[in-house]
Design a protein around this ligand. Sequence first.
Ligand SMILES: [Zn+2]
Length: 183
Amino acid sequence: MGELEKATPWHKKIRATGKLYVYDEISLGRWSTVFLPALESFNKHLKPAGVQLEQATTKGKANVVMKLMASTASHGKASMGVNHPAMDVIMEAEIFLPDDPHVRDSTGESVAASVEVMRIIAVHELIHAAGLSNSDHGGDGVFYSPLMHRDGKLYVPQKGRNQNLMPPIRVGPSIVHKVKKLW
Ligand SMILES: [Zn+2]
């Protein structure tokens, strides 16, 4: 398991279903209300890409397991299991989300992220779990990296991009297109 070096499709049996089953190991403490809303946001914005997420009822049925790690970062990480030795398809994935995410407020102070910001952090990693690598970051919206902080919210700092704050969550059309190519 590790980070992808390039955009990689899931195994064809999974791809044929257009579906990834995600197991919830995050619903405790600050993350207790974020799991299903994050899946809903992904499904709404990535629908044109041909992949939808569903909650896995058991870990055994899951393609993706979402976990927490000790961190105050405003991003998580996705660890992908690929087939060996070809490394050309994904077999399984794990997402690690920061257990105590922080962002900067209007005075530059580091404050606990809102549940809406936490949902954005989760959707970013779910897009990785759909097959995009760090080299696919960019566009407008949640899949830019690193997102900057303002007033306890997130934004894309790149010139010429929409600098509106998130939430509300946005997924850039170029990112939806990249995911669609894998599905
Ligand atoms: Zn990323």
